[in-house]
Design a protein around this ligand. Structure first.
Ligand SMILES: Cc1cc2nc3c(=O)[nH]c(=O)nc-3n(C[C@H](O)[C@H](O)[C@H](O)COP(=O)(O)O)c2cc1C
Length: 231
């Protein structure tokens, strides 16, 4: 299995340790990125990606290694510590660059066959909103199966987490790794994703214009093809 880990911080802290532990238990070839080390640009709001093509993004070349790794991965792990109740600014800056591939625009068909995990850790709280920050993007990219792990670790680093809490994290990652492996190769998106797909398709019937319409037409989604069918 190909796994990509995107860390929303530059250091190997608790969040990264949990992400790596999960990836190790799943097993496979891991590619890892750290933000902002591997991508440090905020979206400039030019809308070139939305209106024309992703190649129009002024950060296209810088972003490409992460994009290629995400596109090639069977499992995407987004891992962010909670910063003021949300994912880190650098994680959000990365995700902003992929707005054009939301299902309401031009989703990549291979996303509909992938699994993803959002991981967040906090001192006390904010894991739900942080995981939501990341899972919103994953869902709207069309990712078929999304899991979330959030921990209030009540410690300044991974090694000082209590034995009991660490044992729970170990159990959770082991059982999630088994789940991911069981689903591997035959994941399909749920009803909510399909509803979004058909809503956009319906909208396109009324508004036959723009780069998004052209893309859907080229993909055959206005006709009988569906992104979750086939390999
Ligand atoms: C800028 C900043 C903001 C933070 N905001 C929160 C917060 O809103 N809630 C919380 O419980 N912990 C917060 N924390 C603590 C971290 O989320 C927590 O220590 C986390 O486990 C760090 O993960 P890491 O070891 O992977 O860096 C914050 C830490 C920093 C540096």
């Amino acid at each position: 299995m190909k796994i990509v880990i995107v860390n929303g911080q530059n250091h190997v802290g608790s969040t990264c340790r949990i992400a790596r532990d999960l990836a190790r238990k799943v097993g496979g070839e891991v590619t890892e990125f750290f933000l902002p080390r591997d991508f440090d640009e905020p979206c400039v709001g030019c809308t070139g990606c939305f209106m024309k093509d992703r190649h129009k993004c002024p950060h296209f070349d810088k972003l490409e290694p992460i994009t290629q790794a995400i596109d090639a991965a069977d499992l995407i792990i987004l891992a962010s510590p909670v910063y003021v109740f949300h994912a880190t600014a650098q994680m959000m800056a990365l995700l902003d660059h992929y707005g054009y591939r939301w299902i309401i625009h031009r989703p990549e068909p291979q996303m509909f066959h992938k699994q993803a995990v959002c991981i967040s850790t906090a001192a006390g709280g904010g894991m739900r909103s942080t995981n939501r920050d990341m899972s919103d993007s994953l869902f709207f990219w069309g990712i078929a199966k999304i899991y979330k792990l959030g921990y209030a670790i009540r410690a300044v680093n991974y090694d000082s987490i209590t034995e009991k809490r660490r044992a729970k994290i170990e159990r959770d990652t082991a059982s999630l790794a088994a789940r991911i492996n069981r689903a591997y190769g035959h994941v399909k998106p749920g009803l909510r994703t399909k509803l979004w797909f058909y809503m956009v398709r319906f909208f396109h019937k009324q508004n036959r214009i723009g780069a998004d319409w052209d893309y859907w037409e080229k993909m055959g989604w206005h006709a009988k093809k569906r992104p979750w069918q086939g390999g």
